[in-house]
Design a protein around this ligand. Structure first.
Ligand code: ADP
Length: 268
């Protein structure tokens, strides 16, 4: 016990298993292992928290640096009306980015801490899908991307419509962002015995297999997409929302050929 208290070492085990001393020693050993496991978990949580804080500061740094640069320029010298407008638009887009970041972080944290509970109700999946689609039709049209939807009107699934619409919107929004002009997005629904499977397929840039797991990580973005708006939280949120309802998300993709994100929602 002394060596366990002072050096955090595992207590020596007694040889003879029949004596009281041996039984105490055995339990002590178990207690030691539980303590070690708890310590490991605390260390892991601390590391996660550190990564989160450094991720957030990294995300905030760029827009804040841009805002300072623009405002410094505006303060330092007189500008023409056109330049003034351009600078203000720059400020607007950077504040939009910060606002989006804060909102997404808020959503992720409310989901993680259980501050919001998803309320599953038996409602038509098409209504949820329509809600998600409404956010992307304009963007898709602007890019000349056709969108096709196949979902039975009468299919009711037990799910949280508001949050699921958010998850589906994130998938659809990505499909629009990462598909070149003239491409195609299709949404289809299949009924399985235990799950309803909803596929969002695009003809976009695709994702190499080696990075298909990473894209669901918070703040993960691929190198080549930095010219597109986004902070890398959409897929993370989508996965959280779906898994919290007992479902899961899968991706199948080939670079240059397109991607299919499949959402599996339990039927009840
Ligand atoms: P964001 O779109 O804000 O970068 P996401 O979490 O939604 O963040 O996506 C993470 C990354 O996964 C994206 O940066 C992109 O590289 C990749 N990705 C997501 N959806 C697609 C898609 N449909 N086609 C190709 N790449 C995608």
């Amino acid at each position: 016990m002394d060596s366990m208290i002072s050096g955090g070492q595992e207590p020596a085990r007694a040889e003879d298993r029949e004596t009281i001393f041996a039984r105490i020693s055995y339990r002590l050993s178990r207690l030691y292992n539980i303590l070690q496991e708890n310590r490991r978990r605390v260390d892991e949580e601390r590391r996660e928290l550190q990564t989160l804080v450094s991720d957030i500061s990294h995300q905030v740094k760029t827009p804040v640096a841009n805002l300072k640069m623009v405002t410094d320029t505006l303060l330092a010298k007189p500008v023409t009306e056109q330049e003034r407008r351009e600078f203000l638009q720059g400020i607007r887009s950077q504040t939009d980015k910060l606002e989006f970041l804060v909102q997404s972080m808020g959503k992720a944290s409310r989901l993680e801490t259980g501050a919001v509970t998803l309320e599953k109700k038996d409602v038509p999946l098409l209504d949820t899908l329509a809600q998600a689609m409404s956010g992307i039709v304009y963007g898709a049209e602007q890019k000349g991307i056709s969108v096709e939807v196949q979902c039975p009107e009468d299919l009711r699934v037990s799910h949280d419509s508001k949050w699921t619409a958010e998850a589906l919107f994130n998938l659809l929004d990505n499909a629009v962002k990462y598909t070149p002009a003239g491409g195609k997005i299709s949404v289809s629904v299949e009924q399985w015995e235990m799950y309803v499977k909803l596929d969002v397929t695009d003809t976009g840039k695709g994702i190499p297999e080696s990075r298909q797991a990473a894209i669901f990580r918070r703040f993960y973005r691929e190198e080549e997409v930095h010219d597109q708006p986004g902070v890398g939280i959409g897929l993370y949120l989508a996965r959280e929302i779906v898994t919290r309802q007992g479902g899961y998300i899968q991706v199948a993709s080939k670079p240059g050929r397109g991607s299919t994100f499949s959402v599996f929602l339990p039927r009840r």
